[in-house]
Design a protein around this ligand. Structure first.
Ligand SMILES: *Cc1c(COP(=O)(O)O)cnc(C)c1O
Length: 215
């Protein structure tokens, strides 16, 4: 069962920040996602391509599906025609392939560049100088619209560390915002979304608070 009361509380809290909620529904069954949809929330995040394309077919047209995982180029074709926002673009190669698939569907594909802000070896993403360079070259990708950035903080209880990482990305976002007409800063999940909001996030990706722990 999705926690609809928690969902409504979250939405109220987020509206005070003008922030968008992405309900992260990965691994959760369609019936539970439908409960959230029926409660009036229509933006979902998934991070497995197969699962995303299966679920998408079972929901009305007005559902927004965000891809928040690590996207492999050979899987783009399964989601290119319907995905609303891709949060994790972090290589030129992926950008080129996304552009090609978007053109094939006569679409402009909305994307976020994933920026590496954590002190962990395992996380994907670009550093600030790579991202700056990519933004400068973005006009050659006619079918891509970069709307902003996504970042994941270190998985730690140290809120000062998390704050430092989120503030760094917010600073970068503000630097680029005017020049590139950016509007989305995707930071924060169940454990750290409050910190993220206080650091300037305007899009949070929340799963377990709404759908419960994943097995
Ligand atoms: C799973 C996931 C989330 C949601 O995590 P919760 O802790 O369940 O809120 C957010 N962002 C990304 C990229 C994820 O993979």
């Amino acid at each position: 069962m999705a926690d609809i009361q928690r969902l409504q509380e979250l939405k109220k809290e987020l509206s005070g920040y003008n922030a968008t909620l992405v309900a992260v529904s990965k691994t959760k069954p369609v019936e539970e996602i439908k409960q959230v949809y029926d409660a009036g929330h229509k933006i979902f995040g998934e991070n497995y391509v197969q699962e995303l394309s299966d679920k998408h077919e079972q929901f009305p047209e007005d559902t927004e599906w965000h891809f928040i995982g690590h996207l492999q180029t050979n899987k783009i074709k399964y989601i290119a025609n319907f995905v609303s926002l891709i949060h994790g673009v972090d290589t030129v190669n992926l950008l080129e392939e996304l552009n090609r698939h978007a053109a094939r569907h006569y679409r402009i594909l909305d994307c976020l560049l994933q920026i590496y802000i954590a002190e962990e070896e395992t996380k994907f993403g670009l550093d600030f100088s790579q991202a700056t360079k990519l933004m400068e070259e973005m006009s050659i990708y006619k079918n891509i619209n970069v709307k902003g950035f996504m970042g994941m903080a270190t998985n730690t209880d140290d809120s000062r560390q998390i704050t430092k990482e989120f503030l760094g990305l917010h600073h970068f976002y503000i630097d680029m915002k005017e020049t590139y007409n950016l509007s989305v800063l995707s930071m924060g999940m169940t454990s750290d979304y409050k910190i993220a909001l206080d650091c300037g996030s305007n899009m949070v990706r929340i799963g377990s608070a709404i759908f419960g722990r994943r097995s």
